[in-house]
Design a protein around this ligand. Sequence first.
Ligand SMILES: [Zn+2]
Ligand SMILES: [Zn+2]
Length: 478
Amino acid sequence: MVRTCGLGCAEAKVPCRCAAMGRTLSGEDGSDFPGLKGADNGCSGARWNLRAGNGPVSPGLDAVAQVLAGREDIAGWQEKLYKDVHANPELGNQENRTAAIAAGSLQEFGYEVHEKIGSTGVVGILRNGEGPTVLMRADMDALPMAEDTGLPYASKVTARDAGELVPVAHACGHDVHVACLLGAARLLAEGKSSWAGTFIALFQPAEELADGAHRMVEGGLAALIPKPDVALAQHVLAFPSGHVGTRPGAFLSSADSMRITVYGRGSHGSMPQLSVDPVLLAASIALRLQTVVSREVTPGEFAVLTIGRLSAGTKSNIISDRAVLELNIRTFDNETRDLVLDAIRRIVTGECSAAGSPKDPDFELYDHYPLTKNDPKATARVEAAFRRHFGDKASALDRQSASEDFSEIPDSLGIPYTYWGFGGIDPEQYAKAEAAGTVSADIPANHSPHFAPVVNPTLQTGTAAIVVATMAWLEVKT
Ligand SMILES: [Zn+2]
Ligand SMILES: [Zn+2]
C-alpha cells in the first residue's frame, strides 16, 4: 500500500506565504556549481566528464540503455549537487540560487537557456534534429519550516517570508526533482547519438504557492519554446525508493482555499440581547458544513472539506462583530468541486440570514490548484516504458489527495501530460515499518520536518524515470 503524501501547498502543515522579501542564505558562496555568484564557474566538458554527443553507438544496447549508461559516471556529481541544493533551500519565487545552478548546468550541457521566466523560471532546450518534442518539468521551491532530519547536509537556512524571518527546508523533495532533471538533462545531452527530436528541461518556481506555473505561462513561456508533443512531471513520495508508479485519469486532487467572513453585531459580553453573536454563527456554520460531503456529494465520489481556521473576538467579555473561517476543499472532478463550492455559499448565506446577520458574508477563494488529470494515452505509453525498464518496481499508484499546479503549463499549451510518483524512502526502513504496521508513525511523508529521502536509489530512479519516459516519445536510434 502506498501512503497518501503531503505534497501540495494547500494541505501543508506549515503556512505557505509568498513574499519577494530579502533573505539570508548560508553556504551561498564557494559552491562549485555553475551560474552562482562567487562560484568557480570554469566548468569544462572535461570537468563534467561529458561523453561525446555524437559518438558511436555501442552495439547490443538499446537506446534507453545507451543514454542511461552514463549514470554511474555522473552519480558523484549529482549527489553533490543534490546535497548542495538541499542545504540551501529557497522559498517560492526566491529560487535565485537554485535557478542559477539549473541555468549554468544546462548551458554547460549545451542547452539553449532562458532564465527569469515568470519570476525565477528556467528552461533549457536541446534541439537534436527532426523528431518529437518532450517537455519535462521540475519544481524548485522549499517550505517555510525547520528541518529536523539530523542529516549532515540538513538546512540551517532562514529567509524573509512576508517580512517575517522563517526557517526554510526542502521538506517536499523539490531538491530531488531538480537534481534528477539536471541528471537526465545531462545524460540526454551526452547520449544525443541515441535519439532525435527536442528535449525541454523546465525548472518551475513556487509550486508550494500555487502560482509558479501560472507565472511562467504569463511570463511568455509559449513564445520561448517549440510546442511540445507531451509534458511530463514527477514527484518523490513516501514509498520505497527504487519504485515508480502512475495512473491514468485523475491523479492529484484540485484544491481550493476559501476565506469566509461572517458579520454579527458587537456588544458587551454581559448584554447578549443587543448582539448578533458571530461566534455562535460560525459554530453553527462549522457544524452545518459537515453535511456537504456526507449528505450532498454522491457516495463514493471523493471530496474533502476541512475548516483549518476559525477565529473571532479578542476578549472574554466582548462579543465580536465578525468571525473568519478558512476552508480547504479537495475534489477529483470539476462537477464535484462546483457542487461543494455552491453548497458552502448556500449554507453560509442561509446561516447568516437565520442569525439576523446585519451584512452579507464575504467569500474569498485563494490558493487554487487545478486538477491533475493524466492523459490516458500518454500515461499508457509511459507505463509501458516503465514496466520494460523497472519491471515489478513499476506499479499503479492510488489517487493522491495532494495537489499540484504543473497542469497549468500543458493546459496553456494545449498538449497532453502525464505525472508520476517515485519512492524516496529507504526500502529496508519501509519494509520494517510495514511489517510492524507502523508506516504512518515511522515513515515521515512530504512536508514533515523529518522527511529525508534516501539519496540512492532515489536519484538514480528519478533520473532513469525521466530518461525512460522521455525516450518513449523521442525518435530512438539503435
Ligand atoms: Zn509540497
Ligand atoms: Zn511538492
